[in-house]
Design a protein around this ligand. Structure first.
Ligand SMILES: Cc1cc2nc3c(=O)[nH]c(=O)nc-3n(C[C@H](O)[C@H](O)[C@H](O)COP(=O)(O)OP(=O)(O)OC[C@H]3O[C@@H](n4cnc5c(N)ncnc54)[C@H](O)[C@@H]3O)c2cc1C
Length: 305
């Protein structure tokens, strides 16, 4: 029987709570320790109260998106993992001024769905996200980017629920896009519930062709059919993590079923049943060898929970 906060939460929260959840199922690395609880929040009105409850009861919590940039450590996450559901998945046009269309998009919307939606309507600016398997919330938090573009380029507003359970709107002056991060009040530790993007106009055929080209480039350079979190390490200033890892002779290096991809040295792949411990051990060896060889510290891009 559950005790303490778990019992209280089970009595208080009207929806489903999953207990002792192996987080491998929620990470594209297909590995990860166990979370004490996982709650999918489908109704936007329920989120602020839940955050307040967790904070008041001093229960650790973390929101995740589509799990394409996280790894829950082997020892697990002692707290509640939140996922945003149904009511956080909408896409809508808010205004059209001159050539600029402002969209409001829910944080749970998949990037793939969003780019399909915009391309069909001839709205230009988000094509670079094609092939990034994240959600809008996770992508805003990470300032996801590719091929010279990043989400921050067309992001003009962020709606979030802060740790006090207050809903707030950040405008463009309130946040600063950074390399794989977004600086602004509440972005690192609150829940992003939606985002506003300003997009230009272009013929759908042109946008489709651009998307096809980006997908071809991905297929040519990235490992296919293997579990990963995309680029595992951030690129150090003026260099590329993949180049350094390859130059250190680490392609193909393994710890259990975790391996440095032969195809792209900054992809750490799960070739079978790698555990979070295998992945973290491999990460540490790579950091140590690159540090020894080049005096460069590689910082993980993947968030370890
Ligand atoms: C095959 C592959 C290719 C990839 N290619 C790219 C690429 O080209 N460019 C790139 O930038 N990334 C890439 N990634 C990494 C990843 O897809 C992006 O970082 C993506 O934006 C993460 O979104 P997510 O929803 O999966 O977030 P998650 O992995 O679930 O979470 C990432 C972080 O964001 C936080 N977070 C998630 N949702 C919210 C929310 N609603 N509010 C507040 N915080 C939140 C989490 O707590 C965590 O700290 C790739 C990954 C894979 C597997």
């Amino acid at each position: 029987m559950k005790q303490g906060w778990q019992q209280e939460l089970a009595l208080w929260w009207p929806g489903e709570i999953r207990w002792d959840v192996p987080m491998a199922a929620y990470s594209t690395l297909r590995a990860g320790g166990t979370a004490t609880a996982l709650i999918q929040v489908d109704r936007s009105a329920a989120l602020p109260g839940l955050i307040r409850w967790l904070e008041q009861h001093r229960v650790a919590w973390r929101v995740i998106g589509r799990g394409s940039n996280i790894l829950v450590r082997q020892q697990g996450f002692a707290g509640v993992v939140l996922r945003l559901g149904m009511e956080f998945g909408c896409i809508g046009i808010e205004s059209i001024v001159g050539g600029g269309t402002t969209l409001h998009v829910g944080a749970a919307c998949a990037l793939g769905r969003l780019v399909g939606w915009t391309v069909r309507r001839g709205l230009a600016g988000l094509e670079f996200v094609i092939g990034i398997p994240g959600s809008v919330g996770g992508a805003v938090r990470m300032n996801a980017g590719a091929w010279g573009g990043a989400l921050g380029d067309c992001l003009v507003g962020v709606s979030l629920c802060d740790r006090q359970g207050e809903l707030c709107e950040l405008s463009r002056a309130d946040f600063t896009p950074a390399y794989r991060g977004m600086q602004g009040p509440g972005i690192d530790d609150g829940v992003i519930v939606g985002a506003r993007f300003v997009l230009g106009q272009e013929r759908p055929e042109v946008l489709q062709a651009r998307c096809r080209e980006y997908l071809q480039r991905r297929r040519a350079h990235q490992p296919r059919g293997m579990a990963s979190a995309g680029s595992f390490f951030k690129n150090p200033a003026g260099d590329s993590a993949g180049r350094l890892i390859e130059a250190a002779g680490l392609k193909g290096l393994r710890r259990g079923d975790a391996m440095i991809s032969q195809r792209h040295a900054n992809f750490l792949v799960n070739t079978g049943t790698a555990s979070a411990a295998d992945i973290v051990a491999l990460m540490a060896v790579v950091q140590e060898r690159v540090q020894d060889a080049f005096g460069v510290h590689l910082e993980p891009e993947v968030h370890l929970l």
